[in-house]
Design a protein around this ligand. Structure first.
Ligand code: A4P
Ligand code: MG
Length: 211
């Protein structure tokens, strides 16, 4: 009888011989899941913020740069919100928005792609939570929870921050957090909301940007 096609959860005879039955599952499954993530599209939600120079230009440039990555397609952009800075030194107000992307990056590669966009826009890291041309954070990735030193998903401060939750709700209606809460339920916990104002100007979807 033909053996079944290989699947990520299945043991290959070679793997059993090399590693022994106990070493196989976790490491190989992680590697297989990374491989799968390379070709299977997932949805992720990113939060963007800028509070220096031409903030709207920085947001548009970042959305375009994300979409230029061949493993990322921006498919929804929220309204733009002007928001009072939370934490950090005294600094000017932010413009914040959220995007929904379809991506073939696994979570850690997506973080690297976000950081590449920050570098492209010449973000300089001075103080934590300080002024920046652009900040690109992964708010949610699919329905996954990631807890690593350099990457936590959902973003560790997402549910404390109206400037992140309000635009996110626009592009992720119906999305449920890994802990089972809806986004509006998380937002209600931090009400009353102050310092978040929708502005009239918009950031365009990459394909619709006026040339
Ligand atoms: N990191 C861990 N998880 C993630 C994730 N899900 N997405 C690590 C992105 N990065 C993640 O981030 C520091 C480290 O977080 C990274 O090296 C990454 O490995 P950073 O962007 O270098 O520095 P940061 O942004 O200053 O620090 P942090 O802690 O990420 O700050 P937040 O929480 O992003 O807050 N007020 C308003 N109104 N609007 C804002 O946009 N942003 C911040 C920054 C503070 N106050 C703000 C706003
Ligand atoms: Mg950040």
């Amino acid at each position: 009888m033909r053996s079944p096609l290989w699947s990520p959860g299945a043991r290959s005879p070679d793997a059993v011989r090399e590693d022994g039955p106990s070493a196989f599952p976790q490491a190989r499954r992680a590697a297989a899941s990374n491989l799968l993530a390379m070709w299977r599209e997932r949805f992720a939600f990113l939060g963007l913020g800028s509070n220096v120079e031409d903030r709207l230009d920085h947001l548009q440039d970042a959305v375009d740069a994300l979409n230029a990555d061949r493993r990322i397609r921006v498919d929804a952009v929220s309204s733009v919100y002007e928001t009072e800075p939370v934490g950090g030194p005294q600094q000017g107000p932010f413009l914040n928005l959220a995007v929904r992307v379809a991506t073939r990056h696994a979570p850690r590669q997506l973080l690297r792609a976000c950081q590449a966009v920050e570098a492209k826009l010449e973000r300089v890291r001075t103080v934590r939570w300080g002024p920046r041309t652009i900040d690109v954070d992964i708010l949610l990735y699919d329905d996954r929870t990631v807890r690593r030193r350099r990457l936590q998903i959902p973003h560790p401060r997402l549910t404390e921050r109206a400037f992140a939750l309000i635009p996110l709700i626009e592009v992720a209606p119906g999305q449920i957090l890994p802990d089972g809460r809806s986004l509006p339920a998380a937002l209600a916990k931090i009400a009353p909301i102050e310092g978040v104002t929708m502005v009239g100007t918009q950031v365009h979807m990459p394909s619709q940007a006026p040339s």
